[in-house]
Design a protein around this ligand. Structure first.
Ligand code: SF4
Ligand code: SF4
Length: 196
């Protein structure tokens, strides 16, 4: 669940209409219209447009009149389906995946089960991908792939394929190194698929 306290605000007199902000907004909530950026009320307050804007404070963050809450109730979908999708992504339902939005793997799975199939839809459903993107991207990519989504085309600027983890290392490469890889992999798989 993400609490959105701020919203982007454009100073029309300073905006050059360069569209840089458009390119970094994963939710398409800032768009240049008639050469001036316009912010939609659905803005999730990630501040990426502010960071990228080269024109002196053409876009800034301002407090929302009331905070907005973004999240999916994991209890609204079948627990077995949630557990199964998480297991296929090598995660436990209760495992924290996004520390910025405080979102668990189970909440992301629930949003996907309810129909989210892109980064934008998952952002609006759970609040993920709006912060650092250090931890949430690989498990999100993996869960979307389970549902057949091509993550290179799932929207926004994240156009690369699955971030690799130990489950993706080819057998031949595993056997070349003497780091007890097979044992580590078996242990990690067991711990991630063994339930809450
Ligand atoms: S990046 Fe800044 S100057 Fe460029 S369109 Fe967006 S708000 Fe305007
Ligand atoms: S703050 Fe983030 S979500 Fe809001 S308009 Fe800017 S880039 Fe988009």
């Amino acid at each position: 669940m993400l609490q959105v306290k701020f919203i982007a605000h454009v100073d029309r007199a300073k905006c050059s209409g360069c569209k840089l902000c458009e390119k970094v907004c994963l939710t398409d909530t800032i768009k240049v219209v008639n050469k001036v950026a316009v912010v939609d009320d659905d803005c999730l307050g990630c501040t990426r447009c502010v960071d990228i804007c080269w024109h002196d404070e053409a876009v800034v963050m301002v407090p929302r009149p009331t905070p907005r809450y973004v999240g999916t109730d994991v209890n609204e979908v079948d627990a077995e389906q949630v557990r199964g999708l998480c297991a296929q992504a090598h995660r436990l339902p209760g495992e924290l995946v996004c520390v910025c939005a405080n979102t668990s793997a189970g909440e992301i799975a629930a949003a996907i089960i309810k129909g989210a199939r892109s980064f934008k839809e998952l952002s609006f459903a759970t609040g993920v991908l709006q912060g650092c993107q250090e931890f949430c991207v690989p498990p999100i990519q993996r869960m979307l792939k389970v549902k057949g989504v091509d993550v290179t085309k799932a929207g926004g600027f994240l156009k690369y394929d699955q971030t690799l983890s130990m489950w993706d290392i080819p057998k031949a490469a595993q056997e070349r190194f003497e780091y007890h890889f097979a044992e580590d992999l078996a242990l990690a798989t067991k711990s991630r698929e063994g339930g809450e």
